[in-house]
Design a binder for this molecule. Sequence first.
Ligand SMILES: Cc1cc2nc3c(=O)[nH]c(=O)nc-3n(C[C@H](O)[C@H](O)[C@H](O)COP(=O)(O)O)c2cc1C
Length: 340
Amino acid sequence: MDLTTSYMGLRLKNPVVASASPLSNTLDGIRRLEDAGAAGVVMYSLFEEQIYFQSFYIDYCLSHGTDSYAESQSYFPEMRDYNVGPDEYLRLIHDAKTAVNIPVIGSLNGATRGGWVEYARLIEQAGADALELNIYFLPASPYVTGEEVERRYVEILRDVKSTVSIPVAMKLSPYFSSVGDVARRLVDEGADALVLFNRFYQPDIDIENLDVTPRLALSQPHELRLPLCWVAILYGELLTDFAVTTGVHSYEDVLKSLMAGAKVAMMASELLKNGVGRVAEILAETERWMTEREYVSVNQMIGSMSRTHVADPAAFERANYMKMLASYKGRGQRPEAGGQ
Ligand SMILES: Cc1cc2nc3c(=O)[nH]c(=O)nc-3n(C[C@H](O)[C@H](O)[C@H](O)COP(=O)(O)O)c2cc1C
């Protein structure tokens, strides 16, 4: 069975990649992902705020002639809980490249144009095989237009592409009026892959303490449907590679992602919840399923159920929406949890 795939020009031994998460924030964690069979690792992100904090901190110490570490650190206390600083990040990439044989993909997370994109070059220099850009921008002002938001994505990508020669993937959210148009513009700007979709972490309201609290919930399998739908729609339309992220929990999810048109299926929640050993199980089950169905390679499967390849392309469009609603009423079913 040929499980190999290529992603942004990187040759991968199989289509399961660990997406950015705390699983990659130590060398040991990265080794364990490789040992479990992951074909590649996306590092947890280095955040724009961390980069600016570091330069702020250096300026602060130089101008005050003293190490006011505790005071200056308090500006970004939450980052210390998640993450190391920029220097350690670069060192970890460098060390990972000597410790493992699988591709290591750096990850930058930001929302503005500016000096932090210089870190793309440093991540490349540290040895990363590719870079994933997660532009996590929440246009909280009602005066920010969709066009401004989209331009920001394109401009950040342009800045990064002009700085590095390693492949660059864009990790996107699904919250655009026209996902396809944004995706096309990013591909025109040189995105080597689109990673669909990032999850937004919505805060919750604590009604007892009248507080707004951050709440991180791991994904559920039904969340796969949104990236699956968009990869299936865009595959064949845009000349780029696709990665599915969000909701990949089982070998069936990996197979669906490939059939929709993804070159790789990325996983975080399942591995955080049930351990990195799930990669090996999922790969074994994927291989077993493919053997039973007489597939000989992963490549055979990629895009086979995309909109351009299925017998009924309307299945991905509005027509199917109406059909689905009608079939519910007709059969008196209860809606499936989470589906709609
Ligand atoms: C605890 C945690 C930390 C994460 N950290 C990052 C990060 O640093 N950068 C990033 O781009 N995505 C990050 N993600 C998002 C994941 O890479 C992934 O896209 C998302 O969880 C959806 O995939 P899943 O359904 O397999 O969890 C994080 C997710 C979790 C649960």
